[in-house]
Design a protein around this ligand. Structure first.
Ligand code: NAG
Ligand code: NAG
Length: 287
């Protein structure tokens, strides 16, 4: 590594530490009794968020497609200390179900303090072979349902000085091979909610928006897809979940987890050849 690269790396690290140092501190007590809706909570990161919110004594509604799994998650949330835990099964590709879920939460909890949008539709980890229909479906699940639910919940979040938390991915900031439809949906989320962030600020809204950029997380579904194909390390879902909750509770604009995803995003535009090398080299592929 040349002296310039060393100085650059050091400055990035110093800037990173400075940002972390000045971040507001998280008070778990602020979540006691908070009314939370978490989507995609039958497994993975959403399930782990449900358990953390449960431990913090929140009132939660969770949703997902599989009723049986949701029921088990709800039971565990209650045993961990949730003041209330309810579920509603829904298919986010259906145009009427996102509204139905928000209405259910508003009615059962009497309002919302946190809307945590986390669900994703299943997509294969492979080169794009022209399946437009799949991409259209994924866009409905991963994007359109998000903006529909956010809009539906916004009046209640306004009243309660609430928070909108969007679970996105480093894929939304950095195109990557084998996940083109997924990258498209996450880029759409980043673009849309990034714009909404400014609009709410201009309106002096009570609502905070947090966009969470996650790297590879060790959920069962992610691991089964990338097994043998990706060389990047995977990070624990429970830790990712806690970081997302903290980011929402402290009303921060962004989260990068694991931390180096931030640095990857920073170097992306400065050193395109390095970025291309890192991305393509993280994949095991022999034509
Ligand atoms: C969408 O969900 C509603 C109920 O919320 C149901 O009546 C309708 O049949 C569903 N549509 C499709 C296409 O599955
Ligand atoms: C923000 O919240 C306060 C009460 O907490 C409310 O009076 C005010 O109308 C809210 N602002 C907006 C834009 O709704």
């Amino acid at each position: 590594m040349g002296p310039f690269a060393k100085i650059l790396l050091l400055s990035i690290c110093v800037a990173y530490i400075a940002v972390k140092w000045t971040a507001p501190s998280f008070d778990p007590e602020s979540l006691r009794g908070a009314r939370v809706l978490v989507t995609g909570a039958s497994k993975g990161i959403g399930e782990q968020m449900a358990y953390h919110y449960g431990r913090f004594g929140a009132k939660i509604v969770i949703t997902g497609r599989r009723e049986k799994a949701l029921q088990q998650v709800v039971e565990r949330c209650l045993s961990l200390g949730a003041q209330k835990a309810l579920y509603i099964a829904a298919d986010m590709a259906n145009e009427s179900e996102p509204d139905k879920v928000v209405d259910f939460a508003l009615e059962k909890l009497g309002g919302l303090d946190y809307l945590v949008l986390n669900h994703i539709g299943s997509s294969s980890f492979s080169m794009w072979e022209g399946d437009v229909e799949h991409t259209r479906w994924l866009m409905k699940v991963n994007f359109f349902s998000y903006i529909q639910m956010a809009w539906k919940a916004l009046p209640s979040l306004e009243q309660n000085k609430g928070s909108l938390v969007i679970v996105s991915s480093v894929a939304g900031k950095m195109p990557s091979p084998f996940v083109a439809p997924y990258v498209a949906t996450k880029s759409a989320l980043n673009g849309f909610f990034g714009s909404l962030y400014h609009e709410l600020a201009l309106k002096k809204s009570n609502v905070s928006i947090s966009i969470c950029t996650l790297g590879l997380i060790d959920t069962e579904s992610a691991m089964s897809k990338v097994k043998g194909l990706v060389k990047a390390p995977a990070y624990p879902a429970t830790e990712a979940a806690l970081n997302i909750i903290r980011t929402g509770a402290t009303r921060q604009q962004e989260l990068y987890y694991p931390w180096f995803t931030h640095i990857i995003c920073v170097i992306r535009d400065w050193f395109p050849p390095l970025t291309n090398y890192l991305i393509q080299n993280s994949i095991n592929y022999n034509p």
